[in-house]
Design a protein around this ligand. Structure first.
Ligand code: GSH
Length: 200
């Protein structure tokens, strides 16, 4: 299989984490895609131009971290990050999708900051940083929920990747002044799959 990524993308990082966690390194070739470039040859592979994108052994391509992670996790018939009990646990799914919403906001902020300074929208930046602060408060109150403890699942990975991206891209340390989130992050950041996929 081929997994197209960029090394700064939090969504591609989720797929790379699952490759490591599910010991698929020998089956999945990681390829750096040229995104956001007019005429990129990558658009011939994935017309949307986004990463992650997985081409499976049968040559079937699929995009979106949610689908790709679930697919990779299911290959051995023993999904650990999307197991059946979690898939029907609405309280768990609410946390997972709240984490994804937070990640989406940080990605918008980072994308805006990557534009030339005179093209950035102060309104968008202020809106997204306020959203991120609210979501960090939300998770400060939720990381002690048993669903956010124990063996990692998608909700954990998405939250951890989001918090690390915020720090790396200059949106600040979301664990500062949030001791429960700080302690939760310390344990998940130690996972070898998190360490091996840390953004450059
Ligand atoms: N919902 C998608 C989001 C993927 C996404 O937005 N990827 C960004 C990188 S973080 C991308 O490929 N951007 C390139 C572009 O917009 O052309 C997922 O979860 O995979």
């Amino acid at each position: 299989m081929k997994l197209y990524v960029t090394y700064g993308s939090p969504y591609a990082r989720l797929a790379r984490i699952i490759v490591i966690e599910k010991a698929l390194d020998d089956r999945v070739e990681i390829i750096e895609a040229k995104t956001r470039t007019s005429g990129s040859p990558y658009y011939q592979i994935n017309p949307s131009g986004r990463v992650p994108y997985l081409v499976d052994d049968a040559g079937m391509g699929m995009e979106d971290s949610q689908l790709i992670c679930a697919y990779l996790d299911s290959l051995d018939g023993k999904p650990r990050f999307h197991n059946a009990s979690r898939a029907s646990d609405w309280a768990h799914l609410r946390l997972e999708f709240a984490a994804r919403s937070m990640c989406d906001g940080i990605a918008v902020w980072a994308r805006e900051m990557a534009r030339p300074a005179n093209e950035r929208s102060p309104t968008t930046l202020a809106h997204e940083s306020a959203r991120v602060a609210r979501m960090a408060d939300f998770f400060e109150a939720r990381v002690t929920d048993p669903r956010m403890q124990g063996s990692p699942c998608m909700a954990h990975l998405i939250l951890a990747v989001a918090v690390e991206m915020a720090r790396k891209r200059g949106l600040g340390d979301l664990t500062s002044g949030r001791p429960r989130l700080a302690s939760w992050m310390r344990s998940i950041s130690d996972l070898p799959s998190m360490q091996r996929t840390a953004p450059p």
